[in-house]
Design a protein around this ligand. Structure first.
Ligand SMILES: [Zn+2]
Length: 327
């Protein structure tokens, strides 16, 4: 192959061999500059493209790296958070378990108290026994991480404890309700039993029983107790009840009879003034009249009687409390 220079054009001759025909290609002279220029431009373009691709690749790589780093950090954060949450849950469980134990201990105390209350109300109520709680306050020792099996066991134990506690509480509530109603009944009986002294004075001038009659000097039955008292000293109802008699007669003077139900009545005689009428309801310790010497009486005093099923009995054993506000 060789170039033949002409005036305006170039001839490219290709000679394949001895017996073969020569090929001539005529080209314009300007192609001598254009072809290398085109080749150079293509080469430069190719290099620029590679460079641009390289830059793009690096940017993509950086972006992917950043994304990956971000996701990795997020994942680590999440795992750390989960670990922290799990630890918190375990701590809560331990607290709950401890509280269940404490609660059990308290419940045992309440049970004992309930038993005492039942004994106090003399009801002979039943007591549901259970094992004392094994609450331990000793702490210390090696710091061993808790396993999932242990946590699971703790959950099961705590759940069982709480279920058992709920059962115990229900039984206890039933016991307490029963105790409460028995205590209320005991309180009601205490209210209607004449246990107060009927007067502030504790000077007894004549006991219950056979004595020499102050008027006739003959042996007679004294059916109540005489209390010494000043004129117009207050007289108190010794128990709650209803006034079934309030009036005057020559024997009893100004007198009041109070019915306390359950077959018990009390009578107060020789008063100077009555503060109640028949049909009135009285509470224990209420002022019902003033000391005097009306009726068959030799001086200012209160004659007090307790009747059981219509018969006068010795009031002395009933004089248990001496203060008006006390029962
Ligand atoms: Zn008397």
């Amino acid at each position: 192959m060789k170039f033949i220079w002409g005036k305006k054009e170039l001839t490219l001759m290709i000679i394949p061999g001895a017996n073969r025909r020569t090929v001539r290609i005529k080209l314009p002279q300007s192609s001598l500059y254009i072809v290398p220029s085109v080749i150079l431009l293509v080469l430069i373009g190719f290099l620029v493209a590679i460079h641009l691709m390289n830059i793009h690749f690096r940017e993509t790589k950086d972006t992917m790296q950043q994304t990956f780093d971000g996701q990795e950090r997020q994942l680590v954060d999440q795992i750390t958070l989960k670990d922290s949450e799990l630890e918190q849950l375990q701590n809560n469980l331990i607290d709950l378990s401890q509280q269940a134990d404490d609660f059990k201990g308290k419940l045992e105390e309440i049970k004992k108290l309930n038993h005492v209350v039942q004994l106090m109300s003399q009801t002979g109520g039943t007591s549901k026994n259970s094992q004392p709680s094994g609450v331990t306050t000793d702490v210390g020792g090696e710091d061993v991480p808790v396993s999932s099996e242990q946590v699971s066991q703790m959950v099961t134990d705590t759940k069982q404890d709480l279920t058992s506690l709920v059962g115990d509480i229900n039984v206890l509530l039933a016991d307490l309700t029963e105790s409460e109603s028995k205590l209320q009944e005991a309180e009601r009986i205490r209210e209607i039993t004449p246990t107060l002294w009927p007067i502030d004075s504790h000077t007894i001038t004549s006991d219950f029983g056979v004595r020499r009659d102050p008027f006739t000097q003959k042996p007679t039955m004294h059916t109540g107790i005489d209390f010494d008292g000043e004129l117009n000293d207050p007289v108190y109802a010794t128990a709650a009840g209803k006034v079934i008699e309030a009036g005057y007669d020559d024997q009893h003077g100004n007198h009041i009879i109070i019915d306390h139900s359950r077959g018990l009545q009390t009578e107060y005689m020789h008063m100077n003034k009555l503060l109640l009428r028949r049909g009135d309801t009285v509470v224990k310790g209420q002022k019902i009249g003033l000391v005097g010497t009306t009726g068959r009486s030799t001086g200012t005093h209160l004659h007090y009687e307790v009747h059981r099923n219509g018969v006068q009995i010795n009031p002395y054993p009933y004089l248990l409390t001496n203060r008006k506000g006390d029962r």
